[in-house]
Design a protein around this ligand. Structure first.
Ligand code: UTP
Length: 230
């Protein structure tokens, strides 16, 4: 299979520790034995801190985004360092470079590409562009909920859902200021238009990513319901 794993900065670089990066690298190496893997890394706490300072200094939002992108690429570089020889030597700057880098047979690790979005969207577009069979979104929550579980005790987790349901949930969450959306709206739209099989799972423990590749996980599967032809 061709698999894209999007690792949120919130889990990869919660604290900047070599052991964390080694843990994800070991799991990626394992997946890479049987599958073609591309990784997209998020920015996490450092990105938020840098963006916060830039904003206080009067930077416009696009400039803040460029700073965020730089941090996602730094995290990509650290993961490349942890992967060693089996990884492509630097994070590609765009999708074409990523696809070309993939032709070397190395594991490609990249961060953000353009302002106005997050790495969720990057991983969705990359999935389209390389024809991925599976997109795994490893994040700090363990799936997609009916509402924000941090604020609503009644929130229930979806085991499976359609891309259309995902868009509805994301739109509802994004309308509330400061809400934690499980995936950004652009990514949800891309997942829908190309019907990319996506699993949103808790990535705090890297082993969960490997388990999901092997069909065992407790996250949410986003997939169009297949209709049977008569
Ligand atoms: P992330 O994808 O990490 O966003 O990008 P996030 O919401 O902080 O997610 P976690 O916490 O890692 O899970 C960090 C920032 O980088 C910029 C945005 O400002 C984003 O908030 N960015 C990232 C872009 O502008 N474009 C991209 O393609 C990627």
């Amino acid at each position: 299979m061709k698999i894209i794993v999007s690792i949120g900065g919130s889990v990869l670089a919660k604290e900047l520790q070599p052991e964390k990066f080694r843990g994800y690298a070991n799991v990626i190496k394992e997946i890479g034995k049987n599958h073609t893997v591309f990784i997209v890394t998020g920015g996490g706490k450092a990105a938020r801190e840098y963006i916060g300072v830039a904003r206080d200094l009067g930077s416009d939002e696009a400039t803040c985004d460029f700073i965020g992108i730089d941090i996602t690429r730094l995290n990509a570089r650290l993961l490349i360092a942890a992967l060693g020889e089996i990884a492509y030597y630097e994070p590609p700057l765009n999708y074409t470079e990523a696809r070309t880098a993939g032709l070397t047979g190395k594991i490609v690790v990249m961060g953000g590409v353009t302002p106005g979005q997050t790495t969720d969207a990057v991983s969705a577009v990359l999935s389209e562009y390389i024809g991925a069979d599976l997109l795994i979104n490893a994040t700090s929550i363990d799936g997609v909920y009916t509402s924000d579980p941090k604020k609503d005790k009644e929130a229930r987790k979806f085991e499976t859902m359609t891309p259309h349901q995902l868009i509805e949930i994301v739109m509802k969450t994004e309308m509330v200021a400061g809400a934690n959306s499980p995936i950004d709206l652009l990514a949800a739209k891309i997942i829908e238009r190309s019907n990319i099989k996506t699993i949103v799972l808790n990535g705090e423990n890297p082993q969960n990513i490997l388990d999901a590749v092997n069909g065992k996980h407790r996250g949410t599967v986003i997939e169009k319901i297949k209709t049977k032809k008569k």
